[in-house]
Every structure is written in C-alpha cells, then in structure tokens.
Design a protein around this ligand. Sequence first.
Ligand code: C2O
Ligand code: CU
Length: 462
Amino acid sequence: MALKLTRRQFIASGSAMAALGLPRANAQDHIALRARVADVQLLPKEYDQTRIWGYDGMAPGPEIRVAQGGRVQRRLVNELPDPTSTHWHGIRIDNAMDGVSGLTQAAVKPGESFDYDFVVPDAGTYWYHAHNRSFEQVARGLQGALIVEEPDAIDIDREEVLVLDDWLVDPESLQIADTFGATGDLSHGGRIGNLVTTNGTYGLAKSAKRHERLRLRLISASNARVFQLGLDGLEGWVVAMDGMPLAQPRPVNGPFLLAPAQRLDLIVDVTAEVGSAGHIVNQGREASFSQVVFNVTDGGTRARRGTPTALPPNDHAMPELASARHLELLMEGGAMGRLGGAMMDGKMSSIDELVAAGNFWAFNGAVGGMDGPALADLSLGETVRLKITNETVFPHAMHLHGVHFHEIEPDGSLGALRDTTLLDRGDVREIAFVADNPGKWLLHCHMLSHAASGMMTRVDVT
Ligand code: C2O
Ligand code: CU
C-alpha cells in the first residue's frame, strides 16, 4: 500500500491531527452554510408559507453539534440579496472568527463566502446568528443552535434542543412585516413578534414517556421578547445558563425568564400521567399558553432518579475581585427616558439631533457604536468589575462577546457565569470577568433594535 498522502489527506486524517496536537477536524472541512431566502411553513398548516432568510433555507438553521475541544469549520455562502456575517454567540472564540461585520471582518457580499474555522473550548448550549443589520437579519430567521457536547454522556434518556423565537407577521400578507428599524421598536421595547414558535413551529408537539428524564436546551433567538416560562407536568432543574453549568442544579419552582440570546439547560422528569401531557408553559402578559407540549404516550417503567448531578464545569479563570479594575456603564434613553442629549460622532448633540439620526440610547453619555472609543482598553489577564446601571424604563439583555462573566450576587459573591444578563428597568448589576481573550469584543444590548440605535460599545483586550 502506498503511504504517500497528499497534504489534504494528511490533514483530514484524525490520527495525524492528534499527532500534530491539533484538534480533530470534521470529516469534511468547511461544510457549506448557505444563507438564503426560502419559503417555510411558519404559520399553522391552514395558512400560506412565509418567506424567510435562513441558514440552508431553514429557521432555525441546521444544528451544529461538536465535541468539546473540537473544531467547527463552516463556509458561509451568502445567497442573500444583502451582505451578512455569522456570529457564534457565547463561544470563547478567536477574535477573527467572531463574525462581527465592520469590526472583526468585512460583511460578506451577496455571492461571496467566508470560511469560519474555530475551536470550541467549552461544553454547552450556544447558538449562531447573523451579525450584520442583526435587527433585520435575525428577525428574518438567520439563526441556529450550536451544541458542544460534554466528553462523557450525562444521565438522561434523551435531549431536545428547543429554539424559541417570535416573528412579526403582517396579518394581511402573512409575510414578515417589513418594518425593520421602525422608530417605535428602536425607542421602546424592541421588535416584539406576534407569532411565537419553537424550532420554527407554532405549538410544537413532542411525545415523551412517563418518568423519562430529558435534557432540554432552551435557546432564545428572539429580537426583543423576554420569555416568561413555567413547567407543567414536568419536574425540572436548571443545570446550565448560557452554556455554563451551575455548581448545583437549581430546582424550577415557579416561572423563569429567558431573555433574548440567553440559554437555559434544564433536566426534567416527565411527571404527567400517561394519556395527558407535560408542557413548557409560556406565561404571557394576557394569557398563558403551551409553548411546547410533551404528549405522554407510553408508560415508562423506570423509577424517578431524584436531583440530577451537576454538569462538569468548564475551565474558567477565576476573577480576583479584590484587585479588579472597576468600570461603569450607565444606560440611558428611550421613550419616557430623560435623555436630553448625548455625544454622537464626537459632538455633543441634542435629543432632536439624535432622533433624526435614528439614535435613542446612550452608554455613559454617548451614542454607542462599534467604532467609537472602547469602553476600556484592557490588558490580557486583567480582572474587570463592571457596574451596569439601567436608567431606562425598559428591560435590556446585555451581551459581552468573547468571554463569559460572573454576575455578582447582592451579597458580593460571584454568581453564575453568563454571556447575556437581563436588567429590568432601574436595575443595577455588577459583573466580573477575566479579560483572557485578546481582541475587540462588543458589549451590547441583545434587544437588537436597541443595539442598532445606540446601545453598543466595545472592550479591547491587548
Ligand atoms: Cu448574539 Cu453581538 O451578539
Ligand atoms: Cu436594550
């Protein structure tokens, strides 16, 4: 047998990769991920199809699943009429692969492509989404799940990835309302949809066995809606938030929130009787309804297993709070706010000038964007303690790229690791992180209309 391998075969061979100390690559390198226009059955079957923009023509796009420490290689092929890019939300990624148009790469023009190639250091539930005109492109459907598996199987019967979303559909045309960037969305609570889906389906139904133990990976791809959810006929524990395992599983005893871009991993036992159903309940403002139904079809014989054990932790540097650098971020503006003016493009501007330019929000007295001065220039390895104050009358889901941060508990201790933290009106939240990933990292509101109208800044780590 001839042992001469081409370089390509050599690189593709897993054992060769291991010998080189490189992570094992996918069987084919750079699988295409085509961002394109498609018609899908978003509404219940008796209605017409709706035109979306989706990865491989689907929303959510194809699930990407990889082992912890593995490598993701995707060729984003832009078949859309507009430029785009793809962000891998929550991955502690190499900055050049972060997918932020205008910051870490140029937007990929229609007909062109871009190769993403990165290693995933942490196990957990992540997602990917468009990061150019996100307030439009994510709302049109450019998002999907990115799942990083723990090295050892956990004690469950099976898992379900559940991408929650809401769509603003024009009731006349049954098409996605072409009102992106509407002033009312920018200045108020953001673009809130009128059709709530899970995995692109209205009223998603699954079946389950009694006493079955499921891992539910909840992902919110919503532009602005904060889901308030509950469990019925399911007994559950939160085991991870934004991909990161909790030290102790936390029993679900009542309603819980899932803000835009956040993830929750639940382990649930099916406690509903055979012939009835378990539900993830959406506790809306006016009425509650079933977000996902699990029809209990069959008598499972297994006994209940009790509190699940914690997922294995990901390896994170511990912030040294005592020596941390203190930063502050004051969030102001929006309808019913008191913002009189702010710095815009280096000039002090009146509220009328801000509004004329489509800006409604300010961070530390300046309309934010990705190319102004950074909130901070950090040196690699520095610990930061950032106090965020929400002086607006709206909730905001603040997301930091490139690292996870700890929420600081009211008693001053380090709380859960997250990449997106929800601040209700008037909230003050402190977060802490070790700036151990070099690059330019966005810090923005994940209510995507807000990010587009001033709620965006950056930390630079060198
Ligand atoms: Cu999930 Cu800057 O985004
Ligand atoms: Cu916001």
